[in-house]
Every structure is written in C-alpha cells, then in structure tokens.
Ligand binder design. Structure first.
Ligand SMILES: *Cc1c(COP(=O)(O)O)cnc(C)c1O
Length: 302
C-alpha cells in the first residue's frame, strides 16, 4: 500500500493527529534523507547540534548540502548556540529529542524558543526516535506541525523494538509532505512491515509497559555506575552514555567489556570519542555489564 492506509489510520487514532499529515518512511532514516534532498540540496546549509545523531550529517553530504554544527554544553543542546550558528543560507535544522547518543532532553519551552528564533523559511525537524520514552512527561510537540514550518519524526525502531522491519513516520505539514514524496520511493515499506506496525500501534499498553520497564532498569544501571565513580548523565532513552577522562580510557574500557562479551558502542562518530553508549538489555545482561564496570573502577584505584 503506497499510502500506508491502515498504519496511518491507526497512528492517527492513537496520537489524535490528522491521517493526511502522516508520512511513513522505510525507517525514519528515509524521511531524514528525503527531507534533506527536498529542502537542502545545492549547497544550502543544514544545521544540527555538535553531538547529534550522525546520520543527519550523512544525509546532508548525500544531498551535497553544507553541514554546520552548534556547540553543546555538558547539559546538552543549547538553543542560544543553535540560533548563533544560523547562517543566511541555512535551510534545515535537525534536532533529536531525546538525543542519541547523548540521551539528554530539551524541554518543550526551549524547543518553542528555538522555533520562534528561526526564520519562517527554515524548516525545523524534531527527530523523536526516542519520543515514546519521554511521553509520560506530557510535553508532546506534535501541535507545532500546525505552524507549517516544523516536522516531527518518530520510529518503530526503538520503543516498539521493530528496527529490523524499517518503519518510521512523521507528522508533516501537507505542503512539506508533497515535496518529500517527490523524492521518496513510492513503494517504500513492505506489506509485512506495514501490517506489523499497524498491529503494534494497537497495543499501546504493551509498548508503554516496555518503556517503563526499560526506564527502571536504565536508572538502576546508571545509579550503579555513578556509585562506582563513573560520569553518566541522566538519560531519557533506552541507553546510558558513560563519559571517561579521555578517548584512550573509553577505548580501554570498550576492550575490557568486549573481552567478557559485553559490546558497548564507541561514539567517535558523534564527536564524543571519550564516551561509550551502553544499551539497556535484560536484567542479567545489565548486571554483567555493571559488574565489569565496577571491577574496572576497582582496578583503576588499586
Ligand atoms: C535510531 C534513530 C533513527 C533511525 O531510525 P530508523 O527508523 O530505524 O531509521 C533516527 N534518528 C534517531 C535520533 C535515532 O536514534
């Protein structure tokens, strides 16, 4: 179904947004790539925070757009720095909220301040790949799409656990959606993936319970790491980002974890070579990872 009718109608009912404004992609990565192709080709500027999701830069390069970044503080994205980094030819601003790999979150009033500080011709894309993990805070942003200059992206890859099926979606102003569809594969999502996603939307309770369990495990894991002396910012996602004193230490800890079968994710690609991202797994897996980290900390002091 090139118009994803069942999936759109279920998403429309769950989120109470008009089905005509929902666009579905082969993963939200396809929507990011098509947005960039449609709106920032031919040397225009694309702006994102310094430690944003690395695919924003890939999409800009593929579209032959210039990619600019704004510095972040230790607390995360700075709206002031984003506004300072705007250039006359900036056409597209990407922000992931909550962030990946930072795990941090920008409150709604700060996002509104960003949108109000951007010129009307600059399209703001708020990538909420981890949005379901923050929905309980009651600061949904979907209404911002009504302005006509803002896009909200979501995905089935994180809270729904369907990354392998490749289904992303977004609430997109109709005029923007029409431009995106000009550069998008008209048969982008397989029938099997559409059916699975449409069914998953109908079990919101299960998804929310999964998010709650994940958040509980994550916070217990983060507390254990902090007690062992590691620097771990608060996370609003399904992972913890651990910051070390140097890239060399991050590399050594990565090797230490791997030697016992625990695979963390180095973050050099996001400009954070001194960090490792550890995804929330089962209780046993997290216990094993935390135990290894504690032994590393012990080894450091002795
Ligand atoms: C995982 C992720 C994506 C990609 O999601 P897909 O729907 O699997 O393509 C996009 N943006 C962010 C911030 C992500 O973390």
């Amino acid at each position: 179904d090139p118009d994803w009718c069942d999936l759109r109608s279920n998403l429309s009912a769950l989120h109470r947004i008009p089905a005509e404004q929902i666009l579905c992609g082969n993963g939200s990565m396809e929507l990011i790539a098509c947005l960039t192709l449609a709106f920032a080709a031919e040397g225009a500027g694309v702006l994102a925070p310094a430690h944003a999701y690395p695919f924003f830069k890939t999409a800009a390069r593929v579209a032959r757009a210039r990619f600019d970044t704004a510095p972040e503080t230790t607390a995360g994205v700075s709206v002031d720095a984003m506004l300072d980094a705007l250039r006359p030819d900036t056409r597209l601003v990407f922000i992931a909220n909550p962030g990946n790999p930072t795990g941090t979150r920008i409150p709604r009033d700060e996002l509104l301040r960003l949108r109000n500080g951007l010129p009307d011709h600059v399209l703001l894309v708020i990538d909420e790949a981890y949005g379901e993990f923050a929905d309980h805070l009651g600061e949904q942003m979907f209404d911002l799409v009504g302005r006509g200059d803002t896009v909200i992206l979501r995905t089935f890859s994180k809270a729904y656990g369907l990354a392998g099926l490749r289904i992303g979606w977004g609430r997109v102003p109709s005029a923007i959606g029409a431009e995106i569809r000009k550069v998008m594969n008209p048969n982008n999502i397989s029938a099997a993936a559409q059916a699975a996603a449409a069914a998953a939307v109908c079990d919101a309770d299960y998804m929310q319970e999964t998010c709650m369990m994940t958040a509980q495990s994550r916070d217990g894991f983060i507390t254990r790491l902090r007690d062992a002396g590691f620097m771990v910012p608060e996370s609003f996602t399904n992972f913890a980002l651990v910051r070390f004193d140097s890239a060399e230490t991050a590399h050594a800890v990565d090797a230490w974890l791997r030697s016992d079968g625990v695979v963390a994710r180095p973050q050099g690609g996001a400009g954070l070579p001194d960090c490792l991202r550890i995804t929330v797994g089962t209780a046993d897996e997290l216990d094993r990872a935390a135990g290894l980290m504690e032994r590393w900390a012990q080894r450091e002091v002795t």
